[in-house]
Design a protein around this ligand. Structure first.
Ligand code: CTP
Ligand code: CA
Length: 230
C-alpha cells in the first residue's frame, strides 16, 4: 500500500522493534553470526512509523539497509547489546516486537588477540555459553497492557508441521502474538517475501500468504491494534 493510503491508527503508540542478526565475537576479527537480513524488522518499523507510531528500532546487523524514515534507530552488535537497548527502550513502550535473530549462544571466551593457527598447538575448540532469552524477559517484565510480539522461523519435520511447532513455541514463550515464518527451500532469509502464520494467545490463527515483507508488517500491526483494543 502507498504510505498515504495507510491508516493512522498507531498515532501516539510507542513501539519498539528489534531487527537483524546479532554477532558474537570470537576474537578481534571473527564472530559467530546468522543469515538474518533485517528486512522484515525494518519493514515493521517503517510501516509502524507510516501509521503514526513513535518507533524505536534496535538494529543488529543487516544487509546495509537505510534507517527507516521517522524511526529512532539504535545500532547494536551482540545479543547482550541488543538486550540492553531493547529493555531500555521497552520501559516506556506500548508494543515490543522481537523480529531480531538473536544468537542463542556466544563464545565463552573472547580472545584479546587474533587467534593464530600453530603446528605445535592443538586446534582450538569453541565453547559456548547461553545468552539470555530477551523475549522471555520481556514477557516476565511486561507492564499491564503492553503487547509483546515474537517471531519464529520454522520448518516442518517428523515431529510436526510449521504450524504445530508454532503453537508449541507461542505457549512456551508466553508472547501475545507470534509470527511464524516458513523457512527452508530458499524461503524467508534475505528474500523480499515472507509467508507463514500469525498466532495470538487468544487462539486466533491467521495464515499469511506469500507476499512482500511490508504486507506482513501491515497484517501484524492490524492484529496489534485489535489486541490493544481488547
Ligand atoms: N529471542 C530472544 N532472545 C534470544 C533468542 C530468541 O528474544 N536469546 C526471540 C527472537 O527474537 C524471536 C523469538 O525469541 O522473537 C523466537 O526465537 P527462536 O530462535 O525461534 O526461539 P528459541 O526460543 O531460541 O528456540 P530455538 O531453540 O528453536 O532457537
Ligand atoms: Ca533461537
Amino acid at each position: 500500500a502507498r504510505p498515504d493510503a495507510l491508516p493512522r491508527d498507531l498515532e501516539g503508540v510507542r513501539v519498539v522493534v528489534s531487527a537483524g542478526g546479532t554477532r558474537e565475537p570470537l576474537d578481534p576479527v571473527r564472530y559467530l553470526g546468522n543469515r538474518s537480513s533485517g528486512k522484515q524488522g525494518y519493514a515493521l518499523a517503517r510501516v509502524a512509523a507510516q501509521r503514526g507510531a513513535d518507533v524505536t528500532l534496535v538494529a543488529a546487523h543487516t544487509v546495509a539497509l537505510p534507517d527507516p524514515a521517522g524511526a529512532v534507530v539504535r545500532h547494536v552488535s551482540t545479543a547482550e547489546e541488543l538486550r540492553q537497548a531493547v529493555h531500555a527502550a521497552s520501559e516506556a513502550a506500548d508494543v515490543v516486537v522481537m523480529a531480531a535473530a538473536v544468537a542463542d549462544f556466544r563464545p565463552a571466551n573472547r580472545a584479546e588477540h587474533k587467534i593464530k593457527k600453530s603446528d605445535d598447538q592443538p586446534d582450538p575448540v569453541i565453547t559456548l555459553d547461553r545468552n539470555a532469552d530477551i523475549l522471555a524477559e520481556l514477557v516476565r517484565n511486561r507492564r499491564p497492557g503492553q503487547v509483546v510480539v515474537g517471531f519464529a522461523a520454522e520448518t516442518g519435520d517428523e515431529q510436526g508441521s510449521v504450524l504445530d511447532h508454532a503453537r508449541v513455541k507461542l505457549k512456551r514463550k508466553g508472547a501475545d502474538l507470534l509470527v511464524v515464518n516458513a523457512v527452508g527451500d530458499g524461503k524467508a532469509f534475505g528474500t523480499e517475501d515472507n509467508s507463514g502464520w500469525l498466532l495470538g494467545s487468544d487462539g486466533t490463527e491467521i495464515a499469511i500468504p506469500l507476499g512482500a515483507k511490508a504486507e506482513l508488517a501491515s497484517t501484524l500491526w492490524d492484529a496489534v491494534v485489535r489486541f490493544m483494543k481488547r
